[in-house]
Design a protein around this ligand. Sequence first.
Ligand code: AMP
Ligand code: ZN
Length: 145
Amino acid sequence: MPMFVDTSPPGQCIFCRLVAGEIPSAKVYEDALTIAFMDIGQVTPGHVLVATRRHAATLLDATPEEAAAVMQTAHRVALAVQAVFDPPGLTLLQANGTLGGQTVAHFHMHVVPRHEADGIALTWPRKEPPAAVLAGYAERLRAAL
Ligand code: AMP
Ligand code: ZN
């Protein structure tokens, strides 16, 4: 369970207030659709958040243009992080919903420099179901696209 969850209504959430300049931030980049700023928690030095300017609670609430713009800004920021901090690894993380690990309900992506024994962990419990099960999942998803 996350230690902190921002339950503010849309337009009043931490990142909306940050976009509006009502709370301070160490800004890295902004354009028409996105804003990038240093994560206050700095899991590792150089940890940046890329968020939509508009309040969209999760990826599912973002427009295709916003989703693409966040990834484009994350790519640009990742290149800068690599140039400045030169980490041996780099992880992009994007969480949706409390169970998805999201603590601020305003769509954002983490750009996190990675190092040996940096303490970051995500367990990945593989199941490897039969091919027919995978085909069934894919068929349902194709029908939903
Ligand atoms: P998530 O858990 O994916 O929703 O990530 C939320 C992130 O927002 C956490 O890593 C926090 O450290 C970060 N955060 C919360 N408030 C602020 C703030 N005022 N400025 C910068 N980062 C923040
Ligand atoms: Zn917001």
